[in-house]
Design a protein around this ligand. Structure first.
Ligand SMILES: [Zn+2]
Length: 231
C-alpha cells in the first residue's frame, strides 16, 4: 500500500504539472493574444478611416461639380449683382473643395501610416514565432514525457493492486478517492502525519505490530510506521 501510495502521489503530481503551463508558455500566450488584439485594433481604425474617406471623396466630387457649374455661370452673368453672387458661390465651392481635399489627404496619410504599422508588425511575426517555437516545443516534449510516465506508473499501480486482497484494495482505493489522493499515512511522533491526530498508545502498538489494518481515528486513513517497512 505504501508503494501504491507513492505511485499515486507521483501520478497526481504529474497531472498537476501537466495542467499548469510553465510561466514562459503562459507569457507567450498572453503576448500572442495582445498582438492579435493590437492588430485587430489597427484594422478597425483603418476601416473607420476608410468609411470617413469615402464620405469626404463624395463631398470633394460634389464641390468640384458645383465649382464647374458656377464658373460656367460666371460667363453668363448679366449684371453686377449676379456677378457678386456667382463669385461668392465660387468662393464657397472652392473652399469646400479645398477642405475636402485637405481632409482626404490627411485620411490617406493616416491610413498609409496604419498600414505600414500593420506590415511592420506582421514582418515581426515569423521572428517571434521562431523564438517561441523552442519554448512551445520544450513544453510539448515535457507533456509527452509526463503522459508516458503516467501510463507507466498506472501499469505499476495495476500490478501492485493485484497483489492486495480485494478487501484491502477496495479500502485503499476508496480512501484514495475520498481523501484527496492520500489513502495511507505514516505515524510520526505518535500522531497521524496527515491530520496530526495523536494515536492512543494501544493503537500505536497495534500499528507497530503490523498484523492488521489500523486507521486514523480522525481522518480514517490507513496508518503505518516507516520503521516497519524495513523488516
Ligand atoms: Zn489522520
Amino acid at each position: 500500500m505504501v508503494r501504491l501510495q507513492k505511485i499515486y502521489s507521483e501520478i497526481a503530481g504529474l497531472f498537476d504539472e501537466r495542467r499548469t503551463e510553465p510561466p514562459e508558455v503562459e507569457e507567450l500566450h498572453q503576448q500572442n493574444l495582445q498582438r492579435k488584439q493590437e492588430l485587430a485594433g489597427l484594422e478597425s481604425q483603418i476601416s473607420e478611416l476608410r468609411e470617413e474617406i469615402s464620405g469626404v471623396r463624395r463631398k470633394e466630387e460634389e464641390s468640384a461639380l458645383e465649382l464647374e457649374h458656377f464658373q460656367k455661370q460666371k460667363s453668363m452673368v448679366q449684371n453686377e449683382r449676379e456677378f457678386t453672387a456667382v463669385i461668392s458661390e465660387i468662393d464657397f465651392a472652392t473652399r469646400s473643395l479645398e477642405e475636402a481635399k485637405t481632409r482626404r489627404e490627411e485620411l490617406e496619410n493616416n491610413i498609409a501610416d496604419l498600414e505600414a504599422n500593420i506590415e511592420t508588425r506582421q514582418k515581426e511575426i515569423p521572428e517571434e514565432e521562431a523564438a517561441h517555437r523552442e519554448i512551445t516545443e520544450n513544453w510539448d516534449k515535457r507533456k509527452a514525457e509526463i503522459k508516458e510516465r503516467i501510463q507507466d506508473l498506472a501499469l505499476q499501480a495495476r500490478a501492485i493492486e493485484e497483489e492486495l486482497t480485494p478487501k484491502n484494495r477496495a479500502h485503499f482505493l476508496r480512501l484514495l478517492k475520498s481523501k484527496h489522493g492520500v489513502a495511507i499515512a505514516p505515524v510520526v511522533e505518535g500522531a497521524c502525519s496527515m491530520c496530526h491526530f495523536k494515536l492512543r498508545p494501544h493503537l500505536q502498538q497495534r500499528v507497530r505490530r503490523c498484523e492488521e489494518t489500523i486507521t486514523c481515528e480522525h481522518c480514517l486513513r490507513i496508518l503505518y510506521l516507516e520503521e516497519s517497512l524495513k523488516d
